[in-house]
Design a protein around this ligand. Structure first.
Ligand SMILES: [Ca+2]
Ligand SMILES: [Ca+2]
Length: 286
């Protein structure tokens, strides 16, 4: 009975990460130059209806940020949540950098999308952002453990695909706030990744999850496992220069202990020849 309850709880956890109408689309954590106050998160509304983002929460590392009610995002549109939208006592701000520098948001064709201010503090080198409903159900997330290039954002490949990879922005401007994300420049960016099964039981004989991957020659591969508090628990590959691999992970952490039942995320990163990353949820049951 106890096991049944635990499995039910895990299934609820898995359902809780169901993709929503509102998704994370792009994140700028590494601000251009030595600037501060320019961090932002872009969201996309996949639905045919306007959404009030005040019905959602953002959890950034350990901080839960309440989005003010009335922060609207139009149907099938982008919106930006930034640290400082317009200048305060002459300070640097989002509008100076991505708008027309009038000091007011919404008075220029450059500013034809919704933008709101929220107390973000995104660290360059590592961090996580989770998007939750107001009831606390997680619907999207992005985890990073290395800096993007100076002033360059990370973007979701496809805002309509829950399993979409993310990549460093390809656009020469370094980011695409309020606009469609940049596309991969060529077919060479493609890679293969398969994780099976995505739900494994510790009670099985030699429980394991197999991760197979392939990327173009010259790509370095990293594979990490994070728990649902964004803590790194397992390093399966760290900048490996073998772009073709198959890893049978025995569900043990870096100290050779079996992980507890729960929800985990396998983070795949490809660097150098191509730059891409993808996070796939897996469930370990008793
Ligand atoms: Ca303006
Ligand atoms: Ca964008």
């Amino acid at each position: 009975m106890k096991n049944c309850l635990a499995i039910a709880a895990l299934l609820i956890s898995l359902r809780a990460i169901a993709f929503g109408d509102l998704v994370l689309s792009e994140i700028l954590a590494n601000e251009p130059g030595s600037r501060v106050l320019l961090e932002w998160i872009e969201l996309y509304n996949n639905s045919p209806l306007q959404i009030d983002m005040g019905d959602y929460l953002l959890v950034e590392n350990d901080d839960t940020l309440t989005i003010p009610p009335g922060s609207l995002i139009d149907a099938e549109s982008y919106a930006v949540i930034c640290r400082r939208l317009v200048p305060s006592d002459g300070s640097d701000c989002y509008e100076y950098h991505w708008g027309d520098s009038s000091g007011v948001w919404g008075d220029s064709p450059l500013e034809n999308y919704q933008a709101y201010e929220l107390g973000l503090t995104l660290s360059n080198g590592s961090g996580s952002v989770y998007l939750l409903t107001s009831a606390g159900f997680g619907i999207d997330h992005y985890i990073w453990n290395r800096s993007s290039s100076d002033g360059r954002s990370v973007e979701r490949d496809d805002v309509a695909d829950e399993m979409s990879s993310w990549h460093e922005c390809y656009a020469t401007e370094g980011s695409t706030p309020g606009k469609t994300n940049s596309l991969k420049p060529n077919e060479e960016s493609n890679y293969f990744l398969e994780i099976t099964p995505q739900a494994a039981s510790l009670s099985g004989i030699e429980p394991a999850i197999t991760i197979s991957y392939a990327a173009p020659t010259g790509t370095r591969i990293s594979l990490f496992v994070y728990d649902d508090t964004a803590l790194k628990r397992v390093t399966l590959a760290d900048k490996s220069d073998n772009p073709l691999g198959r890893i049978i992970w025995n569900l043990k952490d870096d100290n050779d202990h079996l992980l507890q039942p729960g929800l985990y995320f396998i983070l795949f990163q490809a660097e150098d020849k191509i730059n891409a990353q993808k996070s796939i949820p897996v469930v370990i049951s008793p």
